[in-house]
Design a binder for this molecule. Structure first.
Ligand SMILES: NC(=O)c1ccc[n+]([C@@H]2O[C@H](COP(=O)([O-])OP(=O)(O)OC[C@H]3O[C@@H](n4cnc5c(N)ncnc54)[C@H](OP(=O)(O)O)[C@@H]3O)[C@@H](O)[C@H]2O)c1
Length: 295
């Protein structure tokens, strides 16, 4: 049995069917009924429904599994505590293989969510568990393309001239599945997962325009506008101080530095060329046209 945390997230919903297709039994951790149903539909044999930050839920989640794929939920205020606790519980219960989804350049500690992952990596390294650490670059996210297809505007909340390396989550979850299926071959490994290319927002805009066959606008929006769009009106009710810190640090860091990596490790793991941003946009646009009939 493999425990997958954040199981209906950006990675989880792609990873689950790959593990199930390989004949593995998956225990999925989610916190809403809605996602519980969805992970069951994707083939999860067991579902742990509840807040993984709750020690009782976490203990039940880890109980009896042979391997764990741990993804910290996006900008969760207790991401570090959850990471430490799941490593400790895995050690206590003798889990064979702990695979941690971290981030490219986790040592960049002025990014809040990187510093947390750096700490979790260190905790895992010191635990004595057999581990594999995956370090994906910025995700190619469908969410970021939807407004482009609908309104013709590509928005980022950092300086548009800064360069970024990206990675496709189909590739990331292919690697995650490979590592979990092959196990021992990947013990004690840390893999940077990065697609080809170093793109400014203008480069990304040109690629999207090429796929759509018409020009789109590229705009910088301030971090707080992005935050409001991400979290909705609840942002103003308070209680989001951690998330605000995370997103403001992203804007500051990505506006003052490039965030780039190298695709060699991903190419080797996949045994083929990583998915490019252009391929990702083409695929997403095809799905958008199919779903909406719009071009
Ligand atoms: N975005 C990027 O470009 C990027 C790049 C590199 C690394 N990362 C890192 O990747 C991680 C996020 O990965 P992701 O986007 O695949 O995950 P995600 O989409 O944030 O995960 C959402 C899933 O986590 C579940 N969840 C949230 N809080 C929970 C809780 N307290 N207890 C139990 N389940 C909970 C949700 O359950 P429900 O559906 O039931 O609510 C949902 O299934 C973050 O740590 C982020 O820093 C992100």
């Amino acid at each position: 049995m493999i425990l997958v945390t954040s199981a209906y997230g950006n990675q989880g919903h792609l990873l689950l069917p790959k593990l199930v297709a390989a004949g593995l039994h998956v225990r999925a951790s989610v916190q809403s009924e809605e996602s519980a149903e969805r992970v069951r539909a994707l083939g999860a044999s067991e579902v742990i429904l509840g807040n993984i930050a709750d020690p009782e839920v976490l203990t039940r989640a880890v109980d009896g599994v042979g391997a764990i794929y741990h993804v910290g939920p996006t900008a969760h205020p207790l991401e570090r505590e959850i990471g430490f606790a799941i490593v400790d519980e895995a050690r206590k219960q003798g889990v064979q293989h702990f695979v941690f989804s971290s981030v490219l350049h986790a040592i960049t500690t002025d990014l809040v969510q990187h510093e947390i992952k750096r700490d979790v990596e260190e905790h895992l390294l010191s635990s004595g568990l057999e581990f594999t650490i995956l370090q994906p670059s910025n995700y190619m996210l469908p969410l970021k393309l939807r407004p482009v297809f609908e309104e013709g505007v590509f928005q980022l909340s950092w300086a548009l001239g800064r360069r970024q390396s990206l990675v496709d989550l189909g590739d990331v979850t292919d690697v995650a599945a490979k590592v979990l299926i092959e196990g021992e071959r990947h013990y004690a490994a840390t893999y940077e997962l990065v697609s080809e290319g170093r793109y400014t927002a203008y480069d990304l805009g040109r690629i999207i325009s090429g796929v759509l066959g018409h020009d789109i606008a590229v705009e910088e929006i301030d971090g707080d506008t992005y935050l409001r769009a991400f979290f909705g009106p609840e942002l103003d009710d308070g209680g989001f101080s951690h998330q605000i810190k995370v997103f403001r640090a992203i804007t500051a860091r990505y506006s003052s530095h490039d965030f780039i990596g190298n695709p060699n490790v991903l190419r080797w793991l996949l045994g083929l060329e990583p998915t490019t941003f252009e391929q990702f946009v083409r695929d997403q646009y095809r799905q958008f046209v199919q779903a909406t009939g719009r071009t």
